[in-house]
Design a protein around this ligand. Sequence first.
Ligand code: PLP
Length: 346
Amino acid sequence: MRGILIRYRHLLPLTSKTPLVSLEEGSTPLIPLDSTGKDLGIRLFAKFEGANPTGSFKDRGMVLAVAKAIEAGARGLVCASTGNTSASAAAYAARTGIPCTVLLPGGKVAMGKLAQAMVYGARVISLKGNFDRALELALEVSRELGLAVVNSVNRYRLWGQRSVAWEICDELGHPPDVVVLPVGNAGNITASWAGFVQYSRIGKIGRIPAMFGVQAEGAAPLALGKPCPEPETVATAIRIGRPVNGKKARWAVRMSGGRFLSVSDGEILDAQKRLAACEGVFAEPASCAGIAGLYRLASQNGLSTGKEYVAVLTGNGLKDTDAATSGKRPPVEVDAELKAIREVLL
Ligand SMILES: *Cc1c(COP(=O)(O)O)cnc(C)c1O
């Protein structure tokens, strides 16, 4: 499908001068989660965004943001990041030969993501502060040095991210009843909703799914309705206390007939384990907040039996193996003999 800019060019703000950048992002699998759906009494699919080139949905928006930055003559890119934005920005910067600077909240970025930013060749700066502060500084740096900010304050990022909604409808042949997403800066839930709205305006679909946004209990400003000065959660990709797109997201969720809710870190890790062990799908902790949210709702009789749900699994589990393996028993070690294996298995 050759990437988002080609597949959906008629729905994106491209001009004859926009370079058709591509790492073949998008066109990710829509995987039926039969076991989980049966458990919950719903029809459930996972949109597996971990299959994008850098392992998260950020590529959908980044490809357009970088193409537009190049079109506008930007001297480079800058972003603040909990990890996946920097991985994606660094990859598209490498692809197009534009310099990229990333500001990371010190010590709170999963190792796989940090490795990506480093190996793609970005300038990586670790800050003694949290994500919200890193973003303030990214905006200042961009003004001073003439760099394009590729965080989700960038409207092209959000526009490119609409493509997940288009793909879900194209694949199912209709809109699902409910779409559930993890929420950090709340750009993705806003963008997905805008994607459904755009599809309905051009007559591709007749209704908009209810958008459910799930936050981690320790970083739940939208679920609680107040900022969270010291966000904390194992799901580092959604460890955000002041969501940049909070206002737009509240509007989107209300208009769609959806809601925000929060789940504990324990529920997130249980959902991650269940998805991997019962479905064969390994997603990073933040991604699994959505599934944890469905379990929470099921326990409160908050799900509509028989309806069709799509959970967007935003990032690949391989990015953060520490979170996934902590507390798990390491493999048993035995002599390299058949007898020893037999003793373990029988
Ligand atoms: C960025 C990210 C999120 C949060 O998306 P927002 O647009 O900030 O709400 C969720 N999950 C993963 C894996 C991410 O990388």
